[in-house]
Ligand binder design. Structure first.
Ligand code: B16
Ligand code: MG
Length: 218
């Protein structure tokens, strides 16, 4: 039976991708090149430093480690400023209702995010009380598609990975779930998330009953 649900943050529970985009775009412009919304798709679910490497690749820049750390810090300061103004209105449709339903059904809930800023976002949107475990970029060593973030979540919940379902909007996140030995539901398009057990376009399509139908207890 399914005993726990693990949620990615950015792109599943909140749309912070737009703030990441604004901050990366501002950095690219300062460095003298353009960064499009389509370019930004490549950064979803990817860690901060790996995102910077992709961005610099687009600009054709090759910089030393020290300069890169300073640029990543600069981008993050802008991003932190944007998310400091977030509130509950930025929780994605269907997310709260689904979390509430899971809680009522006694299903354990964890966060599994790559972001080092996850706590700020959860605090500002008042979502902290829904989580039995919170694993974010401050607690992990390896980035998705490494399964670490989800395995730590299952461990903290004391639930077997086979009894966990991961909700993810990024291909690397679905891959991480598979490597963790967990079931997964993609939130987004079938084209990129086809490896998940099922794909929904938003959590509005999810319910505890759909979860039980998808993964019936044997
Ligand atoms: P930060 P998720 C990820 O969050 C974002 O999708 C990705 O775009 C971002 O670069 C990464 O977090 C690191 O975020 O710079 O705040 O530490 O989708 O895993 O919740
Ligand atoms: Mg995501």
């Amino acid at each position: 039976p399914i005993r726990a649900c693990l949620f990615d943050l950015d792109g599943v529970l909140v749309d912070t991708a737009k703030y990441h985009y604004l901050a990366w775009k501002r950095l690219a412009e300062e460095l003298g090149f353009d960064f499009t919304e389509q370019d930004n798709e490549r950064l979803k679910g990817v860690s901060r430093m790996a995102s910077l490497d992709i961005l610099l690749g687009i600009g054709g820049l090759n910089l030393d480690e020290e300069t890169k750390l300073a640029l990543a810090e600069k981008k993050n300061a802008w991003y932190v400023d944007y998310i400091s103004r977030m509130d509950e209105s930025e929780i994605l449709p269907g997310a709260l209702a689904f979390l509430q339903e899971l809680k009522a059904e006694g299903i354990r809930i964890a966060l599994g995010s790559a972001s080092k800023n996850a706590m700020t976002i959860l605090n500002n949107t008042h979502m902290v009380p829904y989580f039995d475990a919170i694993i974010d970029g401050t607690k992990t060593v390896s980035a998705k598609p490494d399964p670490e973030v989800f395995l730590l979540g299952a461990q903290e919940l004391k639930v077997d990975p086979a009894e966990c379902v991961v909700f993810e909007d990024a291909e690397a996140g679905v891959e991480a779930a598979i490597r963790a030995g967990m079931r997964s539901i993609g939130v987004g398009s079938k084209a990129t998330l086809g490896r998940a057990d099922d794909v929904v376009s938003s959590l509005q399509e999810m319910s505890a009953s759909r979860l039980m139908e998808l993964f019936p207890a044997r």
